[in-house]
Design a protein around this ligand. Structure first.
Ligand code: SF4
Ligand code: MG
Length: 333
């Protein structure tokens, strides 16, 4: 059927004093109901800008969509009426941010904030709204919800605050949740708990989930498929387990090698050399070439297209693409 959300050939530019930064440069991805897409990349890769464009909350300096479509259930959000777009962004798609403290109002109790949706949109009384808030807090497993419903955001731990943000998102009963680095500020054990909760709720309510992260380690168990971004482009897509088992792009390979592994304790961790490019001075050819261990002359002149990749017998691998001139050697070498 029709995907819940489909981003098609999206281009977003930022006009700065020093020139035009192409933050998103022809991105395509889609997510279906009940499906989790992880969008992976370093800062400046365009992963957050893509999400912010979907939500209509692009940062300063003003970003501009110069090309592309964002289809919600087949309808382009970029060309529909403002009213219709607001309705979708307000009710159908919810966003969860890294920093709950700045997303929540510090001077209102969490119960009040969680109940707001029900008071404002469903005409619930204060008492009814409070009960709904407690229900939601229970739903995201905040202990002693009834006792804590009048507490303020700062009285909760970081992990509990992320749960409150998830509860806020759920109060909308959205079709789709976009979570931008939802666990980055948390320590590792809490990260896993929050991620498990998100995955569980997503499955239970059959929502689509777009999980934006720089950390390949946190998405392994929850994502169905991954899109890896670099310098504004998608450089690899794959079902999550296939990507872990056998990446088809040197950048992904480097990211995988730099994840700490329990069975390799004591070994020095690999790090990809160099830094992601300045978007005002993206290298010619493959943007990754200055950091790539296997780059050739071709890599410095020609931008690799995002190709379908095939197994050793030439059979196309479903959902797998790589934007690397040497994908064959990378995947099968
Ligand atoms: Fe490396 Fe070339 Fe592939 Fe880019 S296209 S990732 S530089 S081998
Ligand atoms: Mg970001």
């Amino acid at each position: 059927g029709t995907p819940l959300l489909e981003v098609k050939d999206l281009h977003v530019e930022f006009h700065t004093r020093d020139g035009v930064a192409k933050a998103v440069n022809g991105v395509n991805y889609s997510v279906a109901a009940g499906e989790t897409l992880a969008v992976l990349g370093e800062s400046g890769s365009g992963k957050s800008v893509t999400a912010q464009t979907i939500m209509g909350i692009l940062d300063m300096p003003p970003g501009k969509v110069t090309q592309g479509e964002i289809l919600y259930r087949g309808q382009d959000m970029l060309t529909m009426s403002n009213e219709e777009r607001r309705r979708i962004r307000g009710q159908k798609i919810a966003m969860i941010f890294q920093d709950a403290l700045s997303a929540l109002n510090p001077v209102l109790s969490v119960g009040y904030q969680l109940g707001e949706m029900f008071r404002v949109h469903q005409g619930a009384s204060r008492k009814e709204a409070k009960e709904k808030a407690i229900e939601l807090m229970d739903r995201v497993r905040i202990p002693a919800a009834r006792q804590r419903v009048n507490d303020y955001p700062h009285q909760f731990s970081g992990g509990m605050r992320q749960r409150i943000m998830i509860a806020m998102a759920l109060s909308l009963q959205p079709d789709l949740i976009i979570a931008d680095e939802p666990t980055t500020a948390l320590d590792v054990t809490v990260q896993a708990q929050v991620m498990d909760l998100l995955a569980e709720l997503q499955a239970e309510y059959n929502m689509g989930l777009i999980l934006i992260t720089h950390d390949l380690g946190v998405v392994a168990d929850v994502a169905d498929k991954i899109a890896v971004m670099y310098a504004g482009r998608i450089v690899e897509t794959a079902p999550v387990h296939e990507l872990y088992a056998n990446p088809a792009h040197p950048y992904t390979k480097g990211l995988l090698r730099s994840i700490p592994r329990l069975d390799q304790k004591g070994q020095e961790l690999y790090a990809i050399k160099g830094l992601p490019p300045n978007l005002l001075k993206v290298p010619t050819g493959c943007a990754f070439n200055p950091r790539c261990d296997v780059a050739t002359d071709l890599c410095r002149t020609e931008i690799p297209a995002l190709h379908h990749v095939t197994d050793k017998d030439g059979k196309e691998l479903t959902g797998r693409r790589s934007a690397c001139h040497l994908w064959k050697e990378t995947l099968h070498g």
